[in-house]
Design a protein around this ligand. Structure first.
Ligand SMILES: [Zn+2]
Length: 316
């Protein structure tokens, strides 16, 4: 907020702003705040939150703020949407100030849509602000990235996140929720904490079991693909990244108390190569959630790779 406010006050607001957020760290919120910053009618140099403009932005009713996101069933932002946006941006602002567009999540722009957006980014009308909110900028074309200034939004520390969640949602075992979801407070704010922790524990148990060759991958995959599938994939991903961190020694994970109760002796069972391959597999499945693949089969293949007999052939 401070960086953006300073840029705005100095007249250095870029036309293209890439908000690179850690998952669940409030990228959309920051984009909306920035929209208020440039559209606010008060002369304070910060969004007042009280003027008609600020109110309209907060109620998603400001005529000079356009939000582009995938339309309902579609998981992509399509070229027609971008064309409409560009046309709207070329008109004079209703309130004579900025015209603002928020594109979120920007990595849902399909190839054609991204190309169409490029034209607007290359020659933006004056007093235009295009904000792209994204967790993985590498999924955007380099041509788009090179035309945006980047703001990095890191996940807050655990303590900070918990105190924010307690203030926003009230008491709860937020530490366990963040263990399950990763340090993504804005994501955690939208869930039922008890249900999430329960799913997290179940996934953790099943994965521990799978590494010893116990458990039934077919039945587990079938059951998980029918309920809370995206959440379970996230849990698997977190379980794997925890182990990658532990093995790379970057976070002192092994001495962490309270989280991840599993016997230390098993940590090294999956080596670094295995872990990275598995993370890739899970991420691939996450990004293809909407394509007509057989979720159960795809997950089963991943779960099998946790088992002791399956891994040697994967090592290269
Ligand atoms: Zn205002």
């Amino acid at each position: 907020m401070a960086t953006l406010a300073a840029a705005y006050q100095a007249g250095r607001m870029p036309h293209g702003l890439l908000i690179h957020e850690a998952p669940g760290s409030g990228g959309d919120w920051l984009a909306q705040w920035t929209a208020r910053l440039v559209l606010c009618q008060s002369a304070t140099g910060a969004p007042c939150g009280a003027c008609p403009s600020c109110h309209r932005v907060l109620n998603a009713q400001h005529p000079d703020l356009l939000v582009l996101q995938p339309i309902e069933d579609s998981k992509q932002i399509r070229i027609e949407q971008v064309r409409e946006l560009s046309q709207e941006l070329s008109l004079t602002a209703h309130q004579g100030a900025y015209k603002v567009a928020i594109i979120t999540p920007a990595d849902t722009l399909n190839r054609f849509a991204a190309n169409a957006l490029l034209k607007t980014l290359e020659e933006p009308p004056p007093r235009t602000l295009l904000m792209l909110v994204v967790t993985q900028p590498s999924r955007l074309p380099a041509t788009i990235l090179s035309r945006c200034q980047r703001v990095r939004l890191k996940a807050p520390g655990r303590k900070e996140a918990i105190s924010w969640l307690e203030g926003t949602r009230g008491a709860g075992d937020w530490n366990a929720v963040l263990d399950t979801l990763g340090d993504a407070p804005m994501l955690a704010a939208d869930v039922d904490p008890k249900a999430v922790v329960q799913v997290g524990q179940e996934v953790r148990r099943a994965l521990e079991e799978a590494t010893t060759g116990a458990g039934d991958p077919v039945a587990t995959a079938e059951r998980w693909s029918r309920a809370d599938f995206p959440l379970r994939l996230r849990c698997i991903e977190n379980w794997l990244t925890e182990r990658i961190r532990a093995q790379s020694g970057s976070e002192g994970f092994l001495t962490k108390v309270g989280a991840a109760p599993y016997p230390g002796g098993r940590v090294a069972v999956l080596n670094m190569g295995d872990l990275f391959e598995l993370v890739d597999g899970v991420r691939e499945l996450k990004s293809s959630l909407d394509s007509p693949i057989n979720r159960g089969l795809a997950l089963e293949a991943i779960l099998r790779r946790f088992g002791p007999g399956q891994r040697t052939r994967l090592r290269t």
